[in-house]
Design a protein around this ligand. Structure first.
Ligand code: SF4
Length: 349
């Protein structure tokens, strides 16, 4: 257990966590919504500092990040818990340390039972990244915000050692913690799961999605992070033209036309196990909507071998990065320029 950052002491031994927009008010002995930050003797503690539930060497394309250090390897770490409880979470075994179906808004949970984890210190995490020939570290698999203190310590060390750093996040973080870690993060891969309060309430169990929008803008504008957006397209939930138009227009207007948008195939799971997988033509429709709204780089994801996993030069239309799943198999860029028309490619190499 380690002392948490970002909380206020209240009366009757309660604490208010200010790390994310839930602002959980937590009585003594209880945990907040994410299930991994607890009130111990009137102080907020993290139950997951350095407790790694999953670690792997991944291609950066798996995050997915397609315009940031293409084909590099990234040391990827996750813990337990999440500040959203999505009904279709593919990583629910580590993120839903509290069963999603028991969730009621405003409820304060019992401290969850421990799940298998291994302690990896920030120093060791950075050493392992270098030892495994990774160029960077990503906090991923579950929501990185919930072990903020650990990611901050790791990120500082990683930058000292010349590694890049990545948050794979739902974007539900308050501005102050984002400003604290901002100087040490290079890329912010953020989900924009839908574009209505109703969607976020129903699917992710959070009251509003404005903080997600705000954090994506702040990451880019204030901290100069490379930002890519993912929307997992769930049949009947967020596959309507209205939401797809709203998401892609918002990205263009607020993050810019060069921001990659990944529209990924949903796989039935948990509360949404009776829905079908996303049809390819729905993903292609989302692609068309994104392009029509002015985005230069839209990708179809989770469909192995789909031609819209590739990058085409927005100027001359030639194939400049060819992908097969998470592998880059063709690379027609030199010195950051398309080899065919010599126009600049919008990416971090
Ligand atoms: S980080 Fe966890 S405890 Fe803190 S406000 Fe968010 S959900 Fe609540």
């Amino acid at each position: 257990m380690s002392k948490a950052l970002f909380y206020e002491k209240l009366d009757h031994g309660r604490v208010k966590c200010t790390l994310c927009p839930h602002f959980c008010v937590i009585p003594e002995g209880k945990a907040g919504f994410c299930g991994v930050r607890t009130n111990k003797d009137g102080e907020l503690e993290s139950l997951v500092y350095g407790k790694v539930s999953a670690a792997a060497v991944d291609p950066i394309e798996k995050k997915p990040l397609f315009h940031f250090k293409p084909s590099s390897l990234v040391f990827s770490l996750g813990t337990l818990g999440c500040n959203m409880h999505c009904g279709h979470c593919q990583n629910w075994e580590i993120s839903h340390v509290i069963l999603a179906e028991n969730f009621k808004e405003g409820k304060v949970y019992e401290i969850p039972k421990e799940k298998p984890t291994e302690y990896i210190s920030p120093e060791r995490a950075v050493e392992m990244a270098i030892q495994y020939d990774c160029q960077g570290i990503a906090w991923t698999y579950n929501e990185p915000t919930v072990w903020f203190e650990y990611t901050l310590d790791c990120a500082r060390l990683a930058k000292e050692k010349g590694l890049y750093t990545v948050y794979v996040t739902n974007g539900y973080i308050n501005p102050e913690p984002l400003d604290m870690i901002g100087p040490y993060l290079d890329a912010y891969r953020v989900d924009l799961k839908g574009f209505s309060k109703e969607f976020y309430k129903k699917v992710a169990k959070v009251p509003d999605f404005k903080p997600v929008l705000d954090s994506a803008i702040r990451a880019k504008e204030k901290w100069g992070m490379h930002v890519e957006i993912v929307t997992n397209i769930i049949p009947t939930m967020n596959d309507d033209d209205e939401q797809l138009n709203a998401i892609s227009s918002w990205i263009k207007e607020n993050l810019g036309e060069n921001t990659p948008w990944h529209v990924t195939r949903f796989t039935p799971c948990l509360e949404y196990s009776k829905l079908p997988v996303t049809p390819e033509d729905t993903l292609e429709k989302a692609y068309e909507i994104g392009k029509k709204n002015g985005l230069k780089y839209v990708y179809v994801g989770n469909v192995f071998g789909h031609q819209l996993e590739n990058t085409y030069c927005p100027k001359c239309g030639n194939l400049i990065i060819e992908r097969e799943g998470f592998d880059v198999v063709g690379f027609n860029i030199e010195n950051g320029k398309c080899i065919y028309c010599l126009s600049d490619v919008d990416a971090v190499f």
